[in-house]
Design a protein around this ligand. Structure first.
Ligand SMILES: [Mn+2]
Length: 292
């Protein structure tokens, strides 16, 4: 086992104070923040953006909803940057400021599951949690990988995004030209990917249904999860289904305000540059979420 503290040069408790963002930046207050699928230890992790997000947003309770550290990747090949260390520093600063931080390990950081029920550096490690919103609704908080076995679609398909598809369409034309020149029959890469994307869409909707069904059987009002890197905030039958997205591609979090209103925050590079605090909110389908 690695000596993490030595490697990260973690600060002594309460010695790390300043937020690592230029002074004068207003801090946006929330009651609760949920983030997941950060995948620290991978090249895809948008650690710089997440550290800025954590510095510009404060909350009373922070849920780390799994796959925060990518233990699988780190086991294969050690990859760590100073920005990723900054993320760890920001989380410890948040703990020091009195925020309750709850870490629910996912499948990529399952090595932490053996510590469920314990405190690590002021962070509560839990298998799952029940969060009560300001307006009294009970939300089941879990990572969501436990449903993979019942979904029946390959998970990697869910990671093919629209951008990859568009790039493939351009590639498809060139591929066709090459195959024609060497006398091979036409084979459509785009059709192949279209099938993959269709499977990905089916995977996501199937996952959402399965998670909502599990929440229903648990007798809660809603569920907050991660795992599929697809932020969502909508009603599935009587269940409020919320997915906080990821920090590999979409850079999203879920925030609860003082009234119990829940929304997806999108922390994109463009919004960060122009308006660091007022990160664009996803207000689609929000009306139903405001307590009557
Ligand atoms: Mn996961």
């Amino acid at each position: 086992m690695r000596d993490w503290s030595a490697f990260l040069r973690l600060p002594q408790a309460r010695s790390f104070r300043p937020r690592s963002v230029r002074s004068g930046t207003p801090i946006r207050q929330h009651r609760t923040l949920f983030i997941s699928d950060v995948h620290l230890g991978t090249r895809g992790c948008k650690a710089e953006l997440l550290a800025d997000f954590l510095a510009c947003n404060s909350c009373k309770t922070l849920y780390l909803v799994g796959d925060i550290i990518d233990g699988w990747q780190l086991k294969r090949r050690w990859y760590w940057t100073s920005a990723q260390t900054r993320v760890v520093h920001e989380i410890l600063r948040i703990v020091d400021e009195g925020t309750r931080v709850i870490y629910i390990p996912g499948n990529h950081d399952e090595f932490l599951r053996r510590y469920c029920g314990r405190m690590l550096a002021g962070v509560e490690i839990k298998r799952e949690a029940i969060h009560e919103t300001a307006d009294g609704r009970r939300l089941l908080v879990l990572h969501g990988d436990q449903f993979d076995s019942v979904i029946g679609y390959a998970k990697w398909l869910a990671h093919i995004g629209d951008r990859a598809y568009c790039a493939a369409l351009a590639l498809n034309d060139r591929l066709h030209a090459v195959r024609e020149r060497i006398g091979r029959p036409y084979w459509s890469l785009s059709a192949y990917l279209k099938r993959a994307v269709k499977n990905a869409v089916e995977y996501v909707s199937r996952y959402e249904d399965v998670v909502a069904q599990a929440a229903l059987s648990r007798g809660v009002d809603g569920v907050v999860c991660g795992h599929i890197h697809h932020a969502e905030n909508r009603r599935i039958g009587p269940i409020l289904y919320i997915n906080d997205g990821d920090w590999v591609e979409s850079c999203t979090a879920v925030a609860e305000d003082a009234r119990g209103h829940l929304e997806i925050l999108r922390w994109a590079t463009s919004t960060l540059a122009s308006d660091p605090v007022g990160a664009a909110a996803d207000s689609e389908g929000e009306a139903a979420l405001i307590p009557a």
